[in-house]
Design a protein around this ligand. Structure first.
Ligand code: ADP
Ligand code: 5GP
Length: 246
């Protein structure tokens, strides 16, 4: 494709949607890929804005017809997928494209399009993540302890894949994380400015102190004890509970 493809993944509740809308306000020419999903719309979501809402039969027809760049069954219950047409649309408009997809989908895209710029967003620690999940479910008028517990557990599993991503951002203070995300986008575009140094400090391999602290709080041992510049080749993250997905 003509534009740059950005892949963003994060455990549910990390603040990815909040950050993505913030960075789209700060940076021009960044198109958001609207995924297809079989889940029901939530709150004020609209068809064609957050997602294309569809049913399983239609989703499975699209899989069979090869219409997806990637697709996955997320939380074991609903299909989510990125249509090839999203890439074509961005290419024609000369825009960069941002995919907000889960780890399973991201790994598929990295394989097919290795030039894609991949970014993982982490909450600063499990307590903050739990609080954000609770606040959001209260705001949406749904409260389900089992769902919150499952998402916290899922977060630890997803963190084990962090080292497949070129960049890792800790979403503690929103403005700071948004500035970092903006720097990564501008750096990938090769725009001049002070963005390169900031973007470089957010590389997963740089293992900056915020990243190292966030990983430790989730019981994930960073490579080389979390020292900057540690190898990030994909086999060095360990879960204290021994439940990695690899
Ligand atoms: P995700 O898209 O990763 O599931 P959301 O963007 O829906 O997460 O954010 C989850 C909750 O956390 C929301 O209530 C949001 O307002 C809040 N939130 C997001 N980022 C921050 C932040 N940096 N500081 C405090 N609250 C945040
Ligand atoms: P939610 O239901 O909260 O909107 O999203 C649940 C998860 O599905 C999030 O991790 C989100 O990134 C992921 N997701 C959204 N769209 C896609 C997609 O097109 N493909 C894949 N693989 N995951 C997606």
């Amino acid at each position: 494709m003509a534009g740059i493809l950005f892949i963003i993944s994060a455990p549910s509740g990390s603040g990815k949607s909040t950050l993505v809308s913030e960075v789209r306000r700060l940076v021009e020419g960044l198109e958001f890929s609207i995924s297809y999903t079989t889940r029901e719309p939530r709150g004020s979501e609209e068809n064609g804005r957050e997602y294309w809402f569809t049913n399983r039969a239609e989703f499975e027809r699209m899989i069979a017809a090869g219409e997806f760049l990637e697709w996955a069954e997320v939380f074991g219950s609903n299909y989510y997928g990125t249509a090839m047409s999203a890439l074509e649309h961005a290419r024609k408009a000369g825009h960069d494209l941002l995919l907000d997809i889960d780890v399973q989908g991201a790994l598929q895209v990295m394989k097919k399009l290795p030039e894609a710029v991949s970014i993982f967003i982490l909450p600063p620690n499990p307590h903050v993540l739990e609080q954000r999940l609770r606040n959001r479910s209260q705001a949406e008028g749904v409260h389900n302890e089992a769902v919150i517990a499952a998402r916290l557990n899922q977060a630890r599993q997803e963190l084990m894949h962090l080292d497949n991503y070129k960049y890792a951002l800790v979403n503690d203070v929103l403005d700071q994380a948004a500035t970092e995300l903006r720097a990564i986008v501008l750096d990938a575009r090769g725009e001049d400015g002070a963005e390169s140094a900031l973007a470089a400090s957010c590389q997963t391999a740089a293992m900056n102190p915020r990243l190292s602290a966030a990983l430790k709080s989730f019981g994930v041992t960073p490579p080389n004890g979390g020292k900057p510049g540690a190898d990030s080749s994909g086999e060095n993250l360990h879960n204290a509970q021994g439940s990695g997905l690899r």
